[in-house]
Design a protein around this ligand. Sequence first.
Ligand code: XMP
Length: 321
Amino acid sequence: TWTPGNIIEDQVAAIRAQVGDKQVLCALSGGVDSAVAAALVQKAIGDQLTCVFVDHGLLRAGEAEQVEKDYVASTGVRLVVVDAEEQFLGHLKDVTDPEQKRKIIGREFIRTFEAAARDLDAERHIEFLVQGTLYPDVVESGGGTGTANIKSHHNVGGLPDDLQFALIEPLRTLFKDEVRAIGKELGLPDEIVQRHPFPGPGLAIRIIGAVDRERLDILRHADLIAREELTAAGLDRGVWQFPVVLLADVRSVGVQGDGRTYGHPVVLRPVSSEDAMTADWSRLPYDLIAKISNRITNEVREINRVVLDVTSKPPGTIEWE
Ligand code: XMP
């Protein structure tokens, strides 16, 4: 019978057999899949694994710290953190086109990860790369594997030929809920294991308009409030994802205290879904939406209006960009 314990035991044995005494690399994204895949590999071969976390400065409040501190504390993994915020924001400056944003972020991610991989490879020759590929990813991409460059991660298009790794994909036969159960069994923090899906390009595609540090901070603050209240209402598992979107180039007139304001709107985009291919807007309780709206407009100075997205997918996508 399927238990998280059985799967872990089988995978640990398989990884040990595959890797032997060789060195292994894994890119952590902050998401569930790479976190659980790396934790499994860490359990199997410990010190032969090195993880790289490229902090592009586009994550939500607390997420980088969760990887750098809580994840390391609970797994004991060796982690190389690359602080690339300035680099990413520099390249994103004044860019408003969604596809352009994605391209830039993907390109910079590869550059940065590649440089880190090269440095590490010089120190300890790396032969394997861990990927958090799940069963639905395998089905979607037609099933091929073997020696490949990083591919299933949306943001990583491939490494150059002189950096070839064999793949370790310990989650290839699993679904998301199974991966979460394994992560829990491995002792990963709930904040990581229960995390909602989050796009690789991060908050850059939730700011409609150009991306800069100030706008990111505004969105991070509003997003944190929405997440806090969703959790307080006990509804984390009641939605698939809950993007908060900053309409950075839109302003509207409001009144706060005894003064006129001219601030930005944020959009609440809670959705229900099975697989993100289709989705419906979540019918969250009005009291919860009211609480989130009140808190955001009270606590985030730059935001004076909160709107709710009531569009299904199709025709809307989950993300606004
Ligand atoms: P859309 O917006 O297309 O999103 O309905 C479907 C799912 O994919 C996520 N998403 C991305 N994930 N890189 C990613 O890793 C991306 O560029 C990207 N764009 C969208 C989105 O959050 C949702 O779960």
